[in-house]
Write a protein that binds this ligand. Structure first.
Ligand SMILES: Nc1ncnc2c1ncn2[C@@H]1O[C@H](COP(=O)(O)OP(=O)(O)OP(=O)(O)O)[C@@H](O)[C@H]1O
Ligand SMILES: [Mg+2]
Length: 281
Protein backbone atom coordinates (compact mmCIF):
# COMPACT_ATOMS: atom_id res chain seq x y z
CA UNK A 1 0.00 0.00 0.00
CA UNK A 2 1.22 3.48 -0.75
CA UNK A 3 2.16 5.38 2.41
CA UNK A 4 1.11 8.60 0.66
CA UNK A 5 -2.49 7.72 -0.08
CA UNK A 6 -2.94 4.67 2.10
CA UNK A 7 -5.41 3.28 -0.39
CA UNK A 8 -3.57 2.11 -3.50
CA UNK A 9 -4.02 -1.61 -2.85
CA UNK A 10 -7.76 -1.28 -2.35
CA UNK A 11 -9.86 -2.05 -5.36
CA UNK A 12 -12.38 0.71 -6.14
CA UNK A 13 -14.60 -1.94 -7.69
CA UNK A 14 -15.40 -3.44 -4.29
CA UNK A 15 -16.11 -0.12 -2.58
CA UNK A 16 -13.59 -1.17 0.09
CA UNK A 17 -12.02 2.25 0.38
CA UNK A 18 -13.26 4.92 2.78
CA UNK A 19 -15.07 7.92 1.38
CA UNK A 20 -12.94 10.90 0.45
CA UNK A 21 -12.28 12.99 3.53
CA UNK A 22 -13.38 10.29 6.00
CA UNK A 23 -10.83 9.38 8.66
CA UNK A 24 -9.74 5.75 8.60
CA UNK A 25 -9.93 3.79 11.86
CA UNK A 26 -8.68 0.40 10.72
CA UNK A 27 -6.97 -0.83 7.59
CA UNK A 28 -6.60 -4.41 6.46
CA UNK A 29 -3.85 -4.62 3.89
CA UNK A 30 -3.72 -7.90 1.93
CA UNK A 31 -4.70 -9.79 5.09
CA UNK A 32 -4.66 -13.54 4.59
CA UNK A 33 -4.80 -16.59 6.81
CA UNK A 34 -3.90 -20.22 6.21
CA UNK A 35 -4.36 -22.60 9.14
CA UNK A 36 -1.69 -25.26 9.59
CA UNK A 37 -0.23 -24.57 6.14
CA UNK A 38 -3.24 -26.23 4.46
CA UNK A 39 -6.62 -24.62 5.26
CA UNK A 40 -6.79 -21.35 3.36
CA UNK A 41 -9.39 -19.64 5.54
CA UNK A 42 -9.25 -16.01 4.51
CA UNK A 43 -8.23 -13.44 1.97
CA UNK A 44 -6.22 -11.69 0.79
CA UNK A 45 -8.47 -8.89 2.02
CA UNK A 46 -8.12 -5.14 1.64
CA UNK A 47 -10.50 -3.04 3.70
CA UNK A 48 -10.55 0.35 5.34
CA UNK A 49 -13.11 1.09 8.06
CA UNK A 50 -14.09 4.71 8.41
CA UNK A 51 -13.87 6.33 11.78
CA UNK A 52 -17.24 5.94 13.49
CA UNK A 53 -18.91 3.79 10.85
CA UNK A 54 -21.06 0.75 11.51
CA UNK A 55 -19.74 -2.02 9.29
CA UNK A 56 -21.21 -5.52 9.15
CA UNK A 57 -19.72 -8.60 7.58
CA UNK A 58 -21.87 -11.43 6.32
CA UNK A 59 -20.77 -14.56 4.53
CA UNK A 60 -21.36 -18.30 4.37
CA UNK A 61 -20.49 -20.42 7.37
CA UNK A 62 -16.79 -21.24 7.50
CA UNK A 63 -15.74 -18.46 5.10
CA UNK A 64 -13.32 -16.90 7.59
CA UNK A 65 -15.35 -14.17 9.37
CA UNK A 66 -14.25 -15.11 12.88
CA UNK A 67 -10.71 -15.55 11.61
CA UNK A 68 -10.83 -12.00 10.22
CA UNK A 69 -12.20 -10.62 13.49
CA UNK A 70 -9.57 -12.42 15.56
CA UNK A 71 -6.88 -10.97 13.30
CA UNK A 72 -8.28 -7.42 13.64
CA UNK A 73 -8.45 -7.95 17.42
CA UNK A 74 -4.80 -9.00 17.57
CA UNK A 75 -5.77 -12.46 18.84
CA UNK A 76 -4.55 -14.28 15.70
CA UNK A 77 -1.41 -13.39 13.76
CA UNK A 78 -2.27 -13.38 10.01
CA UNK A 79 -0.10 -15.55 7.80
CA UNK A 80 -0.02 -12.68 5.30
CA UNK A 81 -0.61 -8.93 5.25
CA UNK A 82 -1.17 -6.49 8.05
CA UNK A 83 -3.86 -4.78 10.13
CA UNK A 84 -3.33 -1.17 11.19
CA UNK A 85 -5.43 0.42 13.93
CA UNK A 86 -5.16 4.18 14.33
CA UNK A 87 -1.88 4.20 12.45
CA UNK A 88 -0.21 1.36 14.41
CA UNK A 89 0.22 -2.25 13.26
CA UNK A 90 -1.83 -4.73 15.29
CA UNK A 91 0.46 -7.50 16.48
CA UNK A 92 0.22 -10.12 19.20
CA UNK A 93 -2.17 -8.33 21.60
CA UNK A 94 -5.53 -6.58 21.68
CA UNK A 95 -4.68 -2.88 21.19
CA UNK A 96 -5.78 -0.30 23.73
CA UNK A 97 -9.05 1.18 22.50
CA UNK A 98 -10.37 -2.08 21.02
CA UNK A 99 -13.30 -3.88 22.69
CA UNK A 100 -14.62 -7.34 21.84
CA UNK A 101 -18.03 -8.94 22.35
CA UNK A 102 -18.00 -12.68 21.71
CA UNK A 103 -20.87 -14.82 20.48
CA UNK A 104 -21.36 -16.87 23.56
CA UNK A 105 -22.31 -15.34 26.86
CA UNK A 106 -18.88 -14.59 28.29
CA UNK A 107 -20.01 -13.12 31.60
CA UNK A 108 -18.30 -14.40 34.76
CA UNK A 109 -20.91 -16.53 36.55
CA UNK A 110 -19.35 -16.01 40.00
CA UNK A 111 -19.52 -12.20 39.79
CA UNK A 112 -22.53 -9.94 40.17
CA UNK A 113 -23.77 -7.83 37.24
CA UNK A 114 -22.04 -4.81 38.78
CA UNK A 115 -18.74 -6.65 39.25
CA UNK A 116 -18.90 -8.15 35.76
CA UNK A 117 -19.25 -4.70 34.23
CA UNK A 118 -16.62 -3.21 36.57
CA UNK A 119 -14.11 -6.00 35.89
CA UNK A 120 -12.03 -4.36 33.15
CA UNK A 121 -12.09 -0.91 34.77
CA UNK A 122 -10.77 -2.32 38.06
CA UNK A 123 -8.02 -4.18 36.21
CA UNK A 124 -6.95 -0.79 34.86
CA UNK A 125 -6.70 0.41 38.46
CA UNK A 126 -9.47 2.98 38.07
CA UNK A 127 -10.59 4.69 41.30
CA UNK A 128 -13.68 3.24 42.99
CA UNK A 129 -15.84 6.33 42.61
CA UNK A 130 -15.26 6.54 38.86
CA UNK A 131 -15.85 2.81 38.45
CA UNK A 132 -19.16 3.25 40.27
CA UNK A 133 -20.18 6.19 38.10
CA UNK A 134 -19.40 4.42 34.87
CA UNK A 135 -20.95 1.10 35.87
CA UNK A 136 -24.12 2.74 37.24
CA UNK A 137 -24.47 4.66 33.99
CA UNK A 138 -23.98 1.48 31.92
CA UNK A 139 -26.52 -0.43 34.05
CA UNK A 140 -29.02 2.34 33.46
CA UNK A 141 -28.28 2.68 29.78
CA UNK A 142 -28.62 -1.06 29.17
CA UNK A 143 -31.88 -1.32 31.09
CA UNK A 144 -30.41 -3.47 33.85
CA UNK A 145 -31.67 -1.31 36.73
CA UNK A 146 -32.38 -3.34 39.83
CA UNK A 147 -30.06 -6.19 38.76
CA UNK A 148 -26.69 -4.80 39.89
CA UNK A 149 -26.42 -7.43 42.62
CA UNK A 150 -27.81 -10.32 40.59
CA UNK A 151 -25.59 -13.11 39.24
CA UNK A 152 -25.71 -13.97 35.52
CA UNK A 153 -27.57 -17.21 36.28
CA UNK A 154 -30.50 -15.12 37.55
CA UNK A 155 -30.80 -13.23 34.23
CA UNK A 156 -32.35 -14.05 30.87
CA UNK A 157 -30.07 -14.73 27.89
CA UNK A 158 -30.74 -11.25 26.48
CA UNK A 159 -29.91 -9.62 29.81
CA UNK A 160 -26.69 -11.62 30.11
CA UNK A 161 -25.67 -10.50 26.65
CA UNK A 162 -26.44 -6.91 27.68
CA UNK A 163 -24.04 -7.36 30.60
CA UNK A 164 -21.35 -8.50 28.14
CA UNK A 165 -21.99 -5.52 25.88
CA UNK A 166 -21.99 -3.13 28.85
CA UNK A 167 -18.74 -4.66 30.08
CA UNK A 168 -17.10 -3.88 26.74
CA UNK A 169 -18.61 -0.42 26.23
CA UNK A 170 -17.78 0.76 29.73
CA UNK A 171 -14.12 0.63 28.69
CA UNK A 172 -14.96 3.29 26.09
CA UNK A 173 -13.47 1.43 23.11
CA UNK A 174 -12.93 3.38 19.93
CA UNK A 175 -13.29 0.20 17.89
CA UNK A 176 -15.75 -2.48 18.91
CA UNK A 177 -15.72 -5.95 17.40
CA UNK A 178 -18.79 -8.14 17.75
CA UNK A 179 -18.85 -11.75 16.52
CA UNK A 180 -22.46 -12.95 16.31
CA UNK A 181 -23.30 -11.24 19.61
CA UNK A 182 -27.01 -12.04 19.40
CA UNK A 183 -26.68 -15.52 17.89
CA UNK A 184 -28.31 -17.31 20.80
CA UNK A 185 -31.23 -14.89 21.24
CA UNK A 186 -34.78 -15.11 19.94
CA UNK A 187 -35.85 -12.90 17.04
CA UNK A 188 -37.64 -10.17 19.06
CA UNK A 189 -34.81 -9.87 21.58
CA UNK A 190 -32.33 -9.73 18.71
CA UNK A 191 -34.17 -6.79 17.15
CA UNK A 192 -34.34 -4.90 20.45
CA UNK A 193 -30.67 -5.60 21.15
CA UNK A 194 -29.86 -4.25 17.70
CA UNK A 195 -31.64 -1.01 18.61
CA UNK A 196 -29.63 -0.84 21.84
CA UNK A 197 -26.44 -1.40 19.95
CA UNK A 198 -27.35 1.46 17.60
CA UNK A 199 -28.01 3.75 20.57
CA UNK A 200 -24.64 2.87 22.08
CA UNK A 201 -22.91 3.37 18.76
CA UNK A 202 -24.47 6.84 18.39
CA UNK A 203 -23.68 7.79 21.96
CA UNK A 204 -20.02 6.69 21.86
CA UNK A 205 -19.06 7.47 18.26
CA UNK A 206 -17.13 4.17 18.19
CA UNK A 207 -16.34 2.34 14.96
CA UNK A 208 -18.23 -0.97 14.90
CA UNK A 209 -17.33 -4.18 13.10
CA UNK A 210 -20.21 -6.63 13.46
CA UNK A 211 -20.18 -10.20 12.22
CA UNK A 212 -23.60 -11.70 11.76
CA UNK A 213 -25.37 -14.54 10.01
CA UNK A 214 -28.51 -12.45 9.73
CA UNK A 215 -29.01 -10.51 6.52
CA UNK A 216 -31.79 -8.50 8.17
CA UNK A 217 -29.59 -7.57 11.10
CA UNK A 218 -26.76 -6.52 8.79
CA UNK A 219 -29.12 -4.51 6.59
CA UNK A 220 -30.88 -2.88 9.53
CA UNK A 221 -27.89 -1.78 11.54
CA UNK A 222 -25.10 -0.93 9.13
CA UNK A 223 -23.70 1.92 7.11
CA UNK A 224 -21.88 -0.65 4.97
CA UNK A 225 -22.12 -4.40 4.64
CA UNK A 226 -19.19 -6.45 3.40
CA UNK A 227 -20.41 -9.61 1.69
CA UNK A 228 -17.87 -12.42 1.77
CA UNK A 229 -17.34 -15.26 -0.66
CA UNK A 230 -17.13 -18.90 0.36
CA UNK A 231 -13.77 -19.86 1.89
CA UNK A 232 -11.20 -18.44 1.48
CA UNK A 233 -13.33 -15.41 2.30
CA UNK A 234 -12.81 -12.25 0.27
CA UNK A 235 -15.25 -9.38 -0.11
CA UNK A 236 -17.30 -9.89 -3.24
CA UNK A 237 -19.12 -6.60 -2.71
CA UNK A 238 -19.43 -3.88 -0.14
CA UNK A 239 -22.97 -2.55 -0.01
CA UNK A 240 -23.53 1.01 1.18
CA UNK A 241 -26.98 1.42 2.77
CA UNK A 242 -27.12 5.21 3.07
CA UNK A 243 -29.28 4.98 6.25
CA UNK A 244 -29.52 8.02 8.52
CA UNK A 245 -27.51 7.94 11.75
CA UNK A 246 -30.64 8.07 13.93
CA UNK A 247 -32.08 4.84 12.53
CA UNK A 248 -33.69 1.98 14.41
CA UNK A 249 -35.54 -1.27 13.72
CA UNK A 250 -38.53 0.60 12.23
CA UNK A 251 -36.29 0.85 9.16
CA UNK A 252 -37.40 -2.72 8.40
CA UNK A 253 -40.77 -1.55 7.10
CA UNK A 254 -39.24 0.64 4.39
CA UNK A 255 -39.01 -0.42 0.75
CA UNK A 256 -35.30 0.42 0.61
CA UNK A 257 -34.70 -2.09 3.39
CA UNK A 258 -36.29 -4.85 1.31
CA UNK A 259 -34.15 -3.84 -1.64
CA UNK A 260 -30.96 -4.10 0.41
CA UNK A 261 -31.80 -7.51 1.88
CA UNK A 262 -32.81 -8.86 -1.54
CA UNK A 263 -29.53 -7.68 -2.99
CA UNK A 264 -27.56 -9.22 -0.09
CA UNK A 265 -29.28 -12.55 -0.59
CA UNK A 266 -28.61 -12.49 -4.35
CA UNK A 267 -24.93 -12.01 -3.58
CA UNK A 268 -24.84 -14.63 -0.86
CA UNK A 269 -26.97 -17.39 -2.30
CA UNK A 270 -24.41 -18.87 -4.68
CA UNK A 271 -21.62 -18.50 -2.14
CA UNK A 272 -23.62 -20.28 0.54
CA UNK A 273 -24.31 -23.18 -1.82
CA UNK A 274 -20.58 -23.38 -2.62
CA UNK A 275 -19.79 -23.38 1.10
CA UNK A 276 -22.26 -26.22 1.74
CA UNK A 277 -20.45 -28.34 -0.85
CA UNK A 278 -17.05 -27.50 0.67
CA UNK A 279 -15.43 -30.82 1.58
CA UNK A 280 -11.89 -29.83 2.58
CA UNK A 281 -8.92 -27.53 2.05
N1 LIG B 1 -7.88 -23.07 14.74
C1 LIG B 1 -8.16 -23.56 13.54
N2 LIG B 1 -7.41 -24.51 12.98
C2 LIG B 1 -7.67 -24.99 11.74
N3 LIG B 1 -8.69 -24.54 10.96
C3 LIG B 1 -9.48 -23.59 11.47
C4 LIG B 1 -9.26 -23.03 12.77
N4 LIG B 1 -10.21 -22.08 13.00
C5 LIG B 1 -10.97 -22.06 11.90
N5 LIG B 1 -10.53 -22.95 10.99
C6 LIG B 1 -11.09 -23.18 9.65
O1 LIG B 1 -11.02 -21.95 8.93
C7 LIG B 1 -12.20 -21.73 8.19
C8 LIG B 1 -12.81 -20.39 8.60
O2 LIG B 1 -13.26 -20.49 9.95
P1 LIG B 1 -13.99 -19.28 10.67
O3 LIG B 1 -14.30 -19.74 12.04
O4 LIG B 1 -13.17 -18.06 10.53
O5 LIG B 1 -15.31 -19.16 9.78
P2 LIG B 1 -16.63 -18.30 10.02
O6 LIG B 1 -16.88 -17.56 8.75
O7 LIG B 1 -16.49 -17.51 11.26
O8 LIG B 1 -17.73 -19.42 10.18
P3 LIG B 1 -19.13 -19.36 11.00
O9 LIG B 1 -20.03 -18.48 10.21
O10 LIG B 1 -19.61 -20.79 10.98
O11 LIG B 1 -18.84 -18.85 12.37
C9 LIG B 1 -13.09 -22.94 8.43
O12 LIG B 1 -12.92 -23.83 7.36
C10 LIG B 1 -12.57 -23.52 9.71
O13 LIG B 1 -12.74 -24.92 9.74
MG1 LIG C 1 -17.54 -17.52 13.09
Amino acid sequence: MSPETGAEAISPATGAEPAAGAETAVTLDAVEHVYGGTVHALGPIDLALRQGEFFATIGPSGCGKTTMMDIVAGLTEPTGGEVVFEGRPVRGAVPEGVGIVFQDDASFPWLTVFDNIAFGLRRLGMAGAEVRDRVDYAIDFMGLQGFAKARPSELSGGMRQRVCIARTFVMEPRLILLDEPFGSLDQQTRILMGDELLRLWRETGATVLLITHSLDEAALLSDRIGVMSARPGVFIEIVETGWPVDRDSRMASKDEFGQVTTHLWELLRGESMKAMGDGGP
